[in-house]
Design a protein around this ligand. Structure first.
Ligand SMILES: *Cc1c(COP(=O)(O)O)cnc(C)c1O
Ligand SMILES: [Zn+2]
Length: 466
Protein backbone atom coordinates (compact mmCIF):
# COMPACT_ATOMS: atom_id res chain seq x y z
CA UNK A 1 0.00 0.00 0.00
CA UNK A 2 1.09 3.52 -0.76
CA UNK A 3 0.78 4.96 2.70
CA UNK A 4 0.57 8.55 1.62
CA UNK A 5 -2.67 7.96 -0.25
CA UNK A 6 -5.88 8.97 1.44
CA UNK A 7 -7.89 6.65 -0.81
CA UNK A 8 -6.85 3.11 -1.66
CA UNK A 9 -8.24 -0.26 -2.67
CA UNK A 10 -8.28 -3.08 -0.17
CA UNK A 11 -9.11 -6.76 -0.36
CA UNK A 12 -12.15 -7.59 1.81
CA UNK A 13 -10.75 -10.93 2.98
CA UNK A 14 -9.57 -10.71 6.61
CA UNK A 15 -6.89 -13.30 5.83
CA UNK A 16 -5.48 -11.19 3.01
CA UNK A 17 -6.44 -7.54 3.30
CA UNK A 18 -3.86 -6.47 0.71
CA UNK A 19 -4.04 -2.80 -0.26
CA UNK A 20 -3.54 -1.28 -3.71
CA UNK A 21 -3.38 2.29 -4.94
CA UNK A 22 -6.41 3.85 -6.60
CA UNK A 23 -4.49 4.17 -9.86
CA UNK A 24 -4.38 0.40 -10.23
CA UNK A 25 -7.10 -1.45 -12.12
CA UNK A 26 -8.33 -4.72 -10.60
CA UNK A 27 -11.67 -6.47 -10.60
CA UNK A 28 -10.54 -8.90 -7.91
CA UNK A 29 -7.66 -9.17 -5.46
CA UNK A 30 -4.63 -10.37 -7.47
CA UNK A 31 -3.40 -12.22 -4.36
CA UNK A 32 -6.46 -14.19 -3.27
CA UNK A 33 -9.27 -13.49 -5.74
CA UNK A 34 -11.63 -11.92 -3.22
CA UNK A 35 -13.46 -8.64 -3.91
CA UNK A 36 -11.88 -5.24 -3.42
CA UNK A 37 -13.24 -2.22 -1.54
CA UNK A 38 -12.39 1.41 -1.95
CA UNK A 39 -11.32 2.70 1.45
CA UNK A 40 -10.26 6.03 2.85
CA UNK A 41 -8.03 7.40 5.53
CA UNK A 42 -10.91 9.43 6.95
CA UNK A 43 -8.75 11.07 9.62
CA UNK A 44 -6.90 13.01 6.92
CA UNK A 45 -10.00 14.06 4.99
CA UNK A 46 -12.28 17.05 5.46
CA UNK A 47 -15.54 15.25 6.23
CA UNK A 48 -18.42 17.52 7.24
CA UNK A 49 -19.30 17.30 10.91
CA UNK A 50 -23.02 17.06 10.18
CA UNK A 51 -24.90 15.60 7.23
CA UNK A 52 -27.00 18.80 7.07
CA UNK A 53 -23.96 20.55 5.62
CA UNK A 54 -24.51 18.77 2.31
CA UNK A 55 -27.73 20.71 1.84
CA UNK A 56 -25.70 23.87 1.33
CA UNK A 57 -24.67 22.48 -2.05
CA UNK A 58 -28.22 23.10 -3.23
CA UNK A 59 -27.44 26.78 -3.50
CA UNK A 60 -24.60 26.03 -5.95
CA UNK A 61 -26.61 24.06 -8.45
CA UNK A 62 -25.02 25.86 -11.40
CA UNK A 63 -21.86 23.92 -10.54
CA UNK A 64 -22.19 20.45 -12.19
CA UNK A 65 -20.65 18.74 -9.16
CA UNK A 66 -23.14 20.28 -6.77
CA UNK A 67 -25.96 19.54 -9.21
CA UNK A 68 -25.08 15.85 -9.38
CA UNK A 69 -26.88 13.71 -6.80
CA UNK A 70 -23.70 11.64 -6.62
CA UNK A 71 -20.95 14.26 -6.47
CA UNK A 72 -22.84 16.54 -4.10
CA UNK A 73 -21.54 13.98 -1.60
CA UNK A 74 -17.99 14.03 -2.93
CA UNK A 75 -16.52 14.21 0.57
CA UNK A 76 -17.98 10.74 1.25
CA UNK A 77 -16.43 9.14 -1.87
CA UNK A 78 -13.24 11.17 -2.28
CA UNK A 79 -11.20 8.76 -4.41
CA UNK A 80 -10.65 11.32 -7.19
CA UNK A 81 -10.02 15.05 -7.06
CA UNK A 82 -13.10 17.15 -7.96
CA UNK A 83 -11.62 18.30 -11.26
CA UNK A 84 -11.43 14.68 -12.50
CA UNK A 85 -15.02 13.83 -11.71
CA UNK A 86 -17.33 12.69 -14.54
CA UNK A 87 -20.99 13.65 -14.35
CA UNK A 88 -23.99 13.43 -16.64
CA UNK A 89 -26.45 14.97 -14.19
CA UNK A 90 -27.16 11.68 -12.40
CA UNK A 91 -28.93 11.29 -9.08
CA UNK A 92 -31.75 13.84 -9.45
CA UNK A 93 -34.14 11.50 -7.73
CA UNK A 94 -37.27 11.57 -5.65
CA UNK A 95 -38.39 9.92 -2.43
CA UNK A 96 -42.14 9.55 -2.80
CA UNK A 97 -44.42 8.95 0.15
CA UNK A 98 -46.75 6.29 -1.25
CA UNK A 99 -49.82 5.72 0.91
CA UNK A 100 -51.59 3.41 -1.52
CA UNK A 101 -48.55 1.17 -1.64
CA UNK A 102 -48.30 1.38 2.17
CA UNK A 103 -51.81 -0.03 2.47
CA UNK A 104 -50.95 -2.78 -0.01
CA UNK A 105 -47.76 -3.64 1.86
CA UNK A 106 -49.48 -3.55 5.24
CA UNK A 107 -47.83 -0.62 6.98
CA UNK A 108 -49.46 2.59 8.17
CA UNK A 109 -50.02 5.39 5.66
CA UNK A 110 -47.15 7.86 5.87
CA UNK A 111 -44.66 5.13 6.73
CA UNK A 112 -43.81 3.79 3.26
CA UNK A 113 -41.55 5.60 0.79
CA UNK A 114 -40.41 4.78 -2.72
CA UNK A 115 -36.92 5.91 -3.71
CA UNK A 116 -37.39 6.45 -7.42
CA UNK A 117 -34.11 5.86 -9.24
CA UNK A 118 -35.88 5.74 -12.60
CA UNK A 119 -35.35 9.50 -12.76
CA UNK A 120 -31.68 9.04 -13.61
CA UNK A 121 -30.60 10.13 -17.12
CA UNK A 122 -30.52 6.56 -18.45
CA UNK A 123 -33.55 5.56 -16.40
CA UNK A 124 -32.04 3.37 -13.69
CA UNK A 125 -29.93 3.57 -10.53
CA UNK A 126 -26.96 2.28 -12.55
CA UNK A 127 -26.00 5.88 -13.42
CA UNK A 128 -24.98 6.52 -9.81
CA UNK A 129 -22.33 3.86 -10.06
CA UNK A 130 -21.40 4.52 -13.65
CA UNK A 131 -20.44 8.14 -12.98
CA UNK A 132 -18.05 6.89 -10.30
CA UNK A 133 -16.63 4.07 -12.45
CA UNK A 134 -16.18 6.52 -15.32
CA UNK A 135 -14.36 8.89 -13.05
CA UNK A 136 -11.94 6.12 -12.17
CA UNK A 137 -11.67 4.97 -15.80
CA UNK A 138 -10.73 8.49 -16.84
CA UNK A 139 -8.24 8.68 -13.97
CA UNK A 140 -6.44 5.57 -15.30
CA UNK A 141 -6.69 6.70 -18.92
CA UNK A 142 -8.99 3.96 -20.23
CA UNK A 143 -9.99 4.10 -23.90
CA UNK A 144 -12.66 1.43 -23.92
CA UNK A 145 -15.11 0.28 -21.24
CA UNK A 146 -17.11 -2.95 -21.18
CA UNK A 147 -19.85 -4.65 -19.21
CA UNK A 148 -22.06 -7.71 -19.25
CA UNK A 149 -25.59 -6.63 -18.71
CA UNK A 150 -29.19 -7.65 -18.28
CA UNK A 151 -29.81 -4.24 -19.87
CA UNK A 152 -29.51 -1.28 -17.54
CA UNK A 153 -25.77 -1.35 -17.00
CA UNK A 154 -25.26 -1.35 -20.76
CA UNK A 155 -27.75 1.49 -21.22
CA UNK A 156 -25.89 3.49 -18.60
CA UNK A 157 -22.43 2.69 -19.96
CA UNK A 158 -23.52 3.56 -23.49
CA UNK A 159 -24.98 6.84 -22.27
CA UNK A 160 -21.85 7.92 -20.41
CA UNK A 161 -19.70 7.05 -23.43
CA UNK A 162 -21.96 9.02 -25.75
CA UNK A 163 -22.36 12.04 -23.47
CA UNK A 164 -18.74 12.39 -22.37
CA UNK A 165 -17.01 11.03 -25.51
CA UNK A 166 -14.24 9.84 -23.20
CA UNK A 167 -14.45 6.15 -24.10
CA UNK A 168 -15.98 3.58 -26.44
CA UNK A 169 -18.58 1.20 -25.01
CA UNK A 170 -18.49 -2.57 -25.53
CA UNK A 171 -21.47 -4.39 -24.10
CA UNK A 172 -22.12 -8.12 -23.67
CA UNK A 173 -25.69 -9.34 -23.50
CA UNK A 174 -27.21 -12.81 -23.29
CA UNK A 175 -29.59 -14.11 -25.92
CA UNK A 176 -33.20 -13.05 -25.89
CA UNK A 177 -33.18 -11.89 -22.29
CA UNK A 178 -32.99 -8.15 -22.62
CA UNK A 179 -35.92 -5.75 -22.33
CA UNK A 180 -36.34 -3.69 -25.48
CA UNK A 181 -36.32 -0.34 -23.72
CA UNK A 182 -32.80 -1.07 -22.50
CA UNK A 183 -31.46 -2.59 -25.70
CA UNK A 184 -32.80 0.36 -27.68
CA UNK A 185 -30.75 2.72 -25.52
CA UNK A 186 -27.47 0.83 -26.01
CA UNK A 187 -27.99 0.66 -29.76
CA UNK A 188 -29.05 4.26 -30.16
CA UNK A 189 -26.20 5.59 -28.00
CA UNK A 190 -23.80 3.78 -30.30
CA UNK A 191 -22.37 1.01 -28.12
CA UNK A 192 -20.65 -1.97 -29.74
CA UNK A 193 -23.12 -4.68 -28.75
CA UNK A 194 -22.04 -8.31 -28.52
CA UNK A 195 -24.81 -10.84 -28.10
CA UNK A 196 -23.55 -14.11 -26.62
CA UNK A 197 -25.32 -17.40 -27.18
CA UNK A 198 -25.90 -17.89 -23.46
CA UNK A 199 -27.44 -16.18 -20.44
CA UNK A 200 -26.24 -13.32 -18.23
CA UNK A 201 -24.07 -15.54 -16.05
CA UNK A 202 -22.28 -16.75 -19.21
CA UNK A 203 -21.85 -13.20 -20.51
CA UNK A 204 -20.44 -12.15 -17.13
CA UNK A 205 -17.71 -14.80 -17.34
CA UNK A 206 -16.82 -13.86 -20.91
CA UNK A 207 -16.65 -10.13 -20.38
CA UNK A 208 -14.13 -10.62 -17.58
CA UNK A 209 -11.95 -12.76 -19.84
CA UNK A 210 -12.18 -10.37 -22.76
CA UNK A 211 -11.51 -7.30 -20.61
CA UNK A 212 -8.44 -8.95 -19.17
CA UNK A 213 -7.11 -10.04 -22.57
CA UNK A 214 -7.79 -6.77 -24.38
CA UNK A 215 -7.15 -4.42 -21.50
CA UNK A 216 -10.67 -3.01 -21.59
CA UNK A 217 -11.94 -1.23 -18.48
CA UNK A 218 -14.67 -3.32 -16.81
CA UNK A 219 -17.65 -1.46 -15.33
CA UNK A 220 -19.68 -4.33 -13.88
CA UNK A 221 -20.32 -4.06 -10.17
CA UNK A 222 -17.23 -6.15 -9.38
CA UNK A 223 -15.69 -2.74 -10.02
CA UNK A 224 -15.36 -1.31 -6.50
CA UNK A 225 -15.56 2.29 -7.71
CA UNK A 226 -19.05 1.75 -9.04
CA UNK A 227 -20.30 0.85 -5.61
CA UNK A 228 -18.91 4.12 -4.25
CA UNK A 229 -21.34 5.98 -6.50
CA UNK A 230 -24.22 3.77 -5.47
CA UNK A 231 -23.68 4.66 -1.80
CA UNK A 232 -25.16 8.06 -2.58
CA UNK A 233 -28.64 6.55 -3.12
CA UNK A 234 -28.71 6.11 0.65
CA UNK A 235 -27.42 9.63 1.28
CA UNK A 236 -30.29 11.01 -0.76
CA UNK A 237 -32.80 8.82 1.08
CA UNK A 238 -31.53 10.23 4.37
CA UNK A 239 -31.56 13.75 2.98
CA UNK A 240 -35.20 13.37 1.88
CA UNK A 241 -36.08 12.13 5.35
CA UNK A 242 -34.43 15.23 6.83
CA UNK A 243 -31.46 13.06 7.85
CA UNK A 244 -33.54 10.71 9.95
CA UNK A 245 -32.59 7.07 9.58
CA UNK A 246 -35.55 4.91 8.44
CA UNK A 247 -36.24 1.52 10.01
CA UNK A 248 -35.96 -0.49 6.81
CA UNK A 249 -34.30 -0.30 3.41
CA UNK A 250 -35.79 -2.86 1.02
CA UNK A 251 -33.94 -3.52 -2.24
CA UNK A 252 -34.12 -6.08 -5.05
CA UNK A 253 -31.09 -8.38 -5.21
CA UNK A 254 -29.47 -9.29 -8.53
CA UNK A 255 -25.71 -9.03 -8.69
CA UNK A 256 -25.96 -7.57 -5.17
CA UNK A 257 -24.06 -4.37 -5.90
CA UNK A 258 -26.71 -2.09 -4.48
CA UNK A 259 -27.19 -3.97 -1.24
CA UNK A 260 -23.40 -4.10 -0.81
CA UNK A 261 -23.06 -0.38 -1.46
CA UNK A 262 -25.89 0.48 0.93
CA UNK A 263 -24.29 -1.53 3.73
CA UNK A 264 -20.97 0.22 3.13
CA UNK A 265 -22.65 3.62 3.10
CA UNK A 266 -24.32 3.09 6.47
CA UNK A 267 -21.32 1.44 8.03
CA UNK A 268 -19.13 4.41 7.06
CA UNK A 269 -21.66 7.03 8.17
CA UNK A 270 -21.95 5.26 11.50
CA UNK A 271 -18.17 5.03 11.96
CA UNK A 272 -17.86 8.71 11.11
CA UNK A 273 -20.47 9.54 13.74
CA UNK A 274 -22.79 11.08 11.13
CA UNK A 275 -25.70 8.75 12.02
CA UNK A 276 -26.46 7.19 15.39
CA UNK A 277 -27.92 3.90 14.13
CA UNK A 278 -28.11 1.90 10.90
CA UNK A 279 -31.42 0.82 9.32
CA UNK A 280 -32.24 -2.83 8.75
CA UNK A 281 -31.67 -4.10 5.24
CA UNK A 282 -33.99 -6.47 3.35
CA UNK A 283 -32.69 -7.94 0.10
CA UNK A 284 -35.35 -9.48 -2.13
CA UNK A 285 -34.63 -12.16 -4.70
CA UNK A 286 -36.98 -13.34 -7.42
CA UNK A 287 -37.99 -16.93 -6.76
CA UNK A 288 -36.47 -18.01 -10.08
CA UNK A 289 -33.09 -16.46 -9.25
CA UNK A 290 -32.78 -16.92 -5.51
CA UNK A 291 -29.14 -17.77 -4.76
CA UNK A 292 -28.83 -15.27 -1.92
CA UNK A 293 -32.06 -16.53 -0.37
CA UNK A 294 -30.91 -20.14 -0.65
CA UNK A 295 -27.56 -19.38 0.93
CA UNK A 296 -28.47 -16.85 3.62
CA UNK A 297 -31.97 -17.84 4.63
CA UNK A 298 -32.10 -21.58 3.86
CA UNK A 299 -28.48 -22.67 4.45
CA UNK A 300 -27.62 -20.06 7.06
CA UNK A 301 -24.46 -18.76 5.38
CA UNK A 302 -23.22 -15.63 7.19
CA UNK A 303 -20.35 -13.15 6.85
CA UNK A 304 -18.70 -14.07 10.17
CA UNK A 305 -16.00 -11.47 9.90
CA UNK A 306 -15.19 -12.60 6.37
CA UNK A 307 -14.70 -16.24 7.38
CA UNK A 308 -18.23 -17.54 6.71
CA UNK A 309 -18.95 -20.92 5.20
CA UNK A 310 -17.84 -20.47 1.59
CA UNK A 311 -17.75 -24.24 1.09
CA UNK A 312 -21.55 -24.16 1.33
CA UNK A 313 -21.54 -21.56 -1.45
CA UNK A 314 -19.33 -23.68 -3.71
CA UNK A 315 -21.52 -26.68 -3.00
CA UNK A 316 -24.61 -24.72 -3.92
CA UNK A 317 -23.11 -23.56 -7.22
CA UNK A 318 -22.02 -27.12 -7.99
CA UNK A 319 -25.61 -28.27 -7.44
CA UNK A 320 -26.85 -25.59 -9.86
CA UNK A 321 -24.43 -26.94 -12.46
CA UNK A 322 -25.35 -30.56 -11.83
CA UNK A 323 -29.04 -29.79 -12.25
CA UNK A 324 -28.37 -27.45 -15.22
CA UNK A 325 -30.36 -24.85 -13.34
CA UNK A 326 -30.56 -21.45 -15.03
CA UNK A 327 -31.99 -18.29 -13.53
CA UNK A 328 -35.52 -17.63 -14.74
CA UNK A 329 -37.76 -14.73 -13.80
CA UNK A 330 -39.82 -12.09 -15.52
CA UNK A 331 -37.73 -9.55 -13.57
CA UNK A 332 -34.87 -9.73 -16.08
CA UNK A 333 -32.68 -7.21 -14.24
CA UNK A 334 -32.32 -9.66 -11.35
CA UNK A 335 -32.25 -12.87 -13.40
CA UNK A 336 -28.85 -13.82 -12.01
CA UNK A 337 -27.80 -17.04 -10.29
CA UNK A 338 -24.17 -16.21 -9.51
CA UNK A 339 -24.19 -12.78 -7.88
CA UNK A 340 -20.67 -11.38 -8.10
CA UNK A 341 -21.01 -9.29 -4.95
CA UNK A 342 -22.23 -12.13 -2.76
CA UNK A 343 -19.53 -11.71 -0.12
CA UNK A 344 -19.96 -7.96 0.15
CA UNK A 345 -23.70 -8.45 0.45
CA UNK A 346 -23.22 -10.92 3.30
CA UNK A 347 -21.11 -8.25 4.98
CA UNK A 348 -23.86 -5.66 4.45
CA UNK A 349 -26.50 -8.01 5.86
CA UNK A 350 -24.28 -8.50 8.90
CA UNK A 351 -23.80 -4.76 9.40
CA UNK A 352 -27.50 -3.92 8.94
CA UNK A 353 -29.11 -6.85 10.77
CA UNK A 354 -30.43 -7.86 7.38
CA UNK A 355 -32.95 -10.36 6.10
CA UNK A 356 -33.37 -12.04 2.71
CA UNK A 357 -36.61 -13.15 1.12
CA UNK A 358 -37.75 -14.35 -2.28
CA UNK A 359 -40.97 -13.47 -4.09
CA UNK A 360 -42.73 -15.03 -7.06
CA UNK A 361 -43.13 -13.44 -10.48
CA UNK A 362 -46.83 -13.13 -9.69
CA UNK A 363 -46.11 -11.15 -6.53
CA UNK A 364 -43.65 -9.00 -8.46
CA UNK A 365 -46.12 -8.09 -11.21
CA UNK A 366 -48.96 -7.48 -8.76
CA UNK A 367 -46.72 -5.21 -6.67
CA UNK A 368 -45.63 -3.44 -9.85
CA UNK A 369 -49.26 -2.71 -10.73
CA UNK A 370 -49.78 -1.26 -7.24
CA UNK A 371 -46.71 0.93 -7.57
CA UNK A 372 -47.85 2.10 -11.00
CA UNK A 373 -51.31 2.91 -9.67
CA UNK A 374 -49.59 5.47 -7.44
CA UNK A 375 -48.35 7.29 -10.54
CA UNK A 376 -44.67 6.43 -10.49
CA UNK A 377 -44.19 3.24 -12.43
CA UNK A 378 -41.23 0.91 -12.28
CA UNK A 379 -39.86 -2.06 -14.15
CA UNK A 380 -40.56 -5.59 -12.88
CA UNK A 381 -37.28 -6.12 -10.96
CA UNK A 382 -37.85 -2.91 -9.00
CA UNK A 383 -41.22 -4.09 -7.73
CA UNK A 384 -39.55 -7.03 -6.00
CA UNK A 385 -38.74 -4.57 -3.21
CA UNK A 386 -42.42 -3.76 -2.66
CA UNK A 387 -43.48 -7.41 -2.93
CA UNK A 388 -40.75 -8.28 -0.43
CA UNK A 389 -41.82 -5.57 1.99
CA UNK A 390 -45.37 -6.94 1.82
CA UNK A 391 -44.15 -10.44 2.63
CA UNK A 392 -42.08 -9.18 5.56
CA UNK A 393 -45.04 -7.17 6.88
CA UNK A 394 -47.27 -10.25 6.64
CA UNK A 395 -44.66 -12.21 8.60
CA UNK A 396 -44.59 -9.49 11.25
CA UNK A 397 -40.88 -8.85 10.63
CA UNK A 398 -41.69 -5.35 9.40
CA UNK A 399 -44.10 -3.80 11.91
CA UNK A 400 -46.96 -1.52 10.80
CA UNK A 401 -45.54 1.61 12.45
CA UNK A 402 -42.03 1.24 11.06
CA UNK A 403 -40.65 3.57 8.43
CA UNK A 404 -39.88 1.61 5.25
CA UNK A 405 -38.03 2.73 2.12
CA UNK A 406 -38.37 0.54 -0.98
CA UNK A 407 -35.88 1.18 -3.76
CA UNK A 408 -37.43 1.47 -7.23
CA UNK A 409 -34.35 0.65 -9.24
CA UNK A 410 -35.55 1.33 -12.79
CA UNK A 411 -38.04 3.29 -14.88
CA UNK A 412 -41.38 1.83 -15.94
CA UNK A 413 -40.71 2.39 -19.65
CA UNK A 414 -37.66 0.12 -19.63
CA UNK A 415 -39.83 -2.93 -20.07
CA UNK A 416 -43.28 -2.04 -21.40
CA UNK A 417 -43.84 -5.54 -22.81
CA UNK A 418 -44.55 -7.07 -19.42
CA UNK A 419 -46.73 -4.14 -18.38
CA UNK A 420 -48.92 -4.15 -21.47
CA UNK A 421 -49.30 -7.93 -21.44
CA UNK A 422 -50.27 -7.84 -17.75
CA UNK A 423 -52.90 -5.15 -18.25
CA UNK A 424 -54.39 -6.92 -21.25
CA UNK A 425 -55.97 -9.27 -18.74
CA UNK A 426 -55.85 -11.85 -21.52
CA UNK A 427 -54.11 -14.94 -20.20
CA UNK A 428 -53.48 -16.46 -23.59
CA UNK A 429 -51.93 -13.28 -24.96
CA UNK A 430 -49.88 -12.88 -21.80
CA UNK A 431 -48.46 -16.40 -22.04
CA UNK A 432 -47.70 -15.89 -25.72
CA UNK A 433 -45.73 -12.71 -25.10
CA UNK A 434 -43.90 -13.69 -21.93
CA UNK A 435 -43.80 -17.46 -22.06
CA UNK A 436 -46.08 -19.57 -19.94
CA UNK A 437 -44.79 -19.01 -16.42
CA UNK A 438 -47.91 -19.77 -14.48
CA UNK A 439 -48.52 -16.09 -13.79
CA UNK A 440 -52.15 -14.99 -13.66
CA UNK A 441 -52.22 -11.66 -15.37
CA UNK A 442 -55.65 -10.50 -14.23
CA UNK A 443 -55.06 -9.54 -10.58
CA UNK A 444 -54.92 -5.78 -11.03
CA UNK A 445 -55.28 -5.60 -14.82
CA UNK A 446 -56.52 -2.32 -16.28
CA UNK A 447 -57.86 -3.46 -19.63
CA UNK A 448 -58.33 -1.29 -22.67
CA UNK A 449 -61.94 -1.56 -23.83
CA UNK A 450 -62.55 -2.31 -27.49
CA UNK A 451 -65.43 -0.46 -29.13
CA UNK A 452 -66.72 -0.11 -32.69
CA UNK A 453 -66.09 3.23 -34.37
CA UNK A 454 -69.60 4.47 -33.54
CA UNK A 455 -70.26 7.56 -31.42
CA UNK A 456 -73.22 6.04 -29.53
CA UNK A 457 -71.30 2.94 -28.65
CA UNK A 458 -68.20 4.88 -27.62
CA UNK A 459 -70.29 7.07 -25.30
CA UNK A 460 -72.05 4.02 -23.90
CA UNK A 461 -68.74 2.27 -23.27
CA UNK A 462 -67.35 5.28 -21.38
CA UNK A 463 -70.48 5.75 -19.28
CA UNK A 464 -70.74 2.10 -18.34
CA UNK A 465 -67.06 1.90 -17.29
CA UNK A 466 -66.78 5.02 -15.20
C1 LIG B 1 -29.14 -3.88 -11.99
C2 LIG B 1 -30.54 -3.85 -11.52
C3 LIG B 1 -30.97 -4.52 -10.36
C4 LIG B 1 -30.04 -5.39 -9.58
O1 LIG B 1 -29.19 -4.67 -8.75
P1 LIG B 1 -27.90 -5.34 -8.11
O2 LIG B 1 -27.14 -4.22 -7.58
O3 LIG B 1 -27.19 -6.04 -9.22
O4 LIG B 1 -28.38 -6.31 -7.08
C5 LIG B 1 -32.27 -4.38 -9.95
N1 LIG B 1 -33.15 -3.64 -10.65
C6 LIG B 1 -32.79 -2.99 -11.78
C7 LIG B 1 -33.81 -2.19 -12.51
C8 LIG B 1 -31.48 -3.07 -12.25
O5 LIG B 1 -31.14 -2.43 -13.36
ZN1 LIG C 1 -6.89 -10.68 -1.22
Amino acid sequence: MIRSEIAFQKCISPDCGTAFGVSEVHVACPRCGDLLDVQYDWGRLPVPGRLQEFEQKWSHRHDPLSFSGVWRFHELLPFAPPEQVVTAGEGQTLLQQADGVATYVGVQPGRLFLQYEGMNPSGSFKDNGMSAAFTHARHVGAQRAACASTGNTSASLAMYCAVTRLMKAVIFIGSGKIAYGKLSQALEYGALTVQIAGDFDDAMVRVQEVSRDLGIYLVNSVNPFRLEGQKTIMYRVLESLRWEVPDWIVVPGGNLGNSSAFGKAFSELHCLGLIDRVPRLAVINAGGADTLYQLHQVRGVRWQGGRGDMAAVDEYYASLDREHKKASTIASAIEINRPVNLRKCLRALDCCDGVVRQVSDQEILDAKAQVGAGGIGCEPASAASVAGARLLAAEGVIRPGERVVCILTGHQLKDPTATVAYHSGDQQKFDEVLGSRGIRCASFANRAIAVPNELDQIIHAIESHS
